[in-house]
Design a protein around this ligand. Sequence first.
Ligand SMILES: Nc1ncnc2c1ncn2[C@@H]1O[C@H](COP(=O)(O)OP(=O)(O)OP(=O)(O)O)[C@@H](O)[C@H]1O
Ligand SMILES: C[C@@](O)(CCO)CC(=O)[O-]
Length: 510
Amino acid sequence: MRNMADGVNGSSGGSSNANGVHGVHGNGNVVNGNNGPAYVNGNPQLAHRLKAQRKASSPMAPTFMVSAPGKVIVFGEHAVVHGKAAIAAAISMRSYLHVTTLSKSRRTISLRFPDIGLEHTWNIDDLPWELFHSPAKKKYYYSLVTGLDDELVAALQPYLATISPHKQGEARKVHQNAALGFLYLFLSLGSQSFPGCLYTLRSTIPIGAGLGSSASIAVCVAAALLLQLRTLSGPHPDQPAEEALLQLERINRWAFVYEMCIHGNPSGVDNTVATQGKAVVFQRTDYTKPPTVRPLWDFPELPLLLIDTMQAKSTANEVAKVARLRDTHPNLVGSILDAIDRVTGTADTLLGDDFDAEDEDNLRQIGELMTINHGLLVSLGVSHPRLERIRELVDHEGIGWTKLTGAGGGGCSITLLRPGIGPAKLVRLYGQLQEEGYRTFEMTLGGDGVGVLWPAVLKNGMDEDHAGGMEIDLEKFLNAEGNEGVERLVGVHGSTGERGGWKFWRVENE
Ligand SMILES: Nc1ncnc2c1ncn2[C@@H]1O[C@H](COP(=O)(O)OP(=O)(O)OP(=O)(O)O)[C@@H](O)[C@H]1O
Ligand SMILES: C[C@@](O)(CCO)CC(=O)[O-]
């Protein structure tokens, strides 16, 4: 084991690695790995260059990217951990994972998560392959893994011990958990013959704010490894919906395993909506079985305001807090969870076919349900004074209905805006929130789920664009400035809507 600083050269990604795709044929760029692409984003010259580069080196996959969204839980957080239903929707903030394959002689894998200051490199041949691949332990890309194996987790501890020695306590634990998730998936899915790789992640989702940042990373890592293993077909525009659903199911199952490494006891709602996108009703009554997931294709465009308390929290802690309360007062807490379930059920019915997002009565009813849901979450002990302050400010101006979203204990709230609110009131509210250190976002709910950019070539409208696009090498990715820079460079949506290049598994016509 050694630190990334001595093994990783940021400029080793990008164009020199473009070749050898067999299983992925979804984006119309690379169809047959052996004979090479005829066109890359419609550019025969670039395709030719990539092919020439491929010939000069040993077989390596091209640099590619995956991306997955964050989420808001509209109804049912916490109760969903205890088998009740929840309604959640994808948001437009996303994580982006850049994967570069190294030359054959470099037998290392490196994680680079600059948003949290994590960099680490492991020697592939040092990892505990024998145990992970022993007949009693071996899992497959299609396995349903519903719990972490303690022996496997213990076997990874020595590989976590050297991570981020400069960090202390909780901050170090965050790094170690992220690495645990990655190594658990890498060793479960991969093999010792896996190529050396650099996995570099940047995210535009605030961390620990209740917006599913960990789940979106979980989905990116699971999708990237499954793509590298050639276990996914597509995404492909002509793919039948049931085939696309199967691919998403595989990604989601392994994303859940990553989430378990970070959270301890996740329900799986966050990774499900980050995988599938749009909005879903989610329920997992039996943790040994897959959850029930019902997509809400016609989820209305609700006028929502998202407010970040800027008070970080840990989902694992908040979930553990509710579990402790339930152990102490099983009947009482059981009734609160049942009440949350009824709120979610009522909202599900209301948001059905006849819902009109412009109708005052419809909005008021959904708003009231949000208020009730928040009250029940308060009684579970997962609010925070800064969340209550938002309610005070919004209620004082009569602007709408507010609830916390996600794990609570800080993080974000959502406010459904009352129709016909004058701009003066809103300006006053925004001003006050800003003064008190809150951040506000106007949200679009219901975006795309996991996406793939294979190879990592995009049209950006920048000077570096070739006719067919610009190769997103590691240096450009790392140097993109802030969230805006990341979105401008690799975002799934350009300023004028969806960008060519990124592909998604579509299941709408199911
Ligand atoms: N940009 C990032 N880079 C690397 N790791 C990240 C990043 N964002 C989140 N994480 C991982 O996710 C963890 C935060 O997860 P947590 O569940 O506490 O918050 P969340 O996912 O943002 O909120 P919620 O689960 O309530 O929706 C971090 O500790 C880290 O492991
Ligand atoms: C608090 C919780 O219900 C939602 C976190 O976004 C936890 C989970 O479902 O895993």
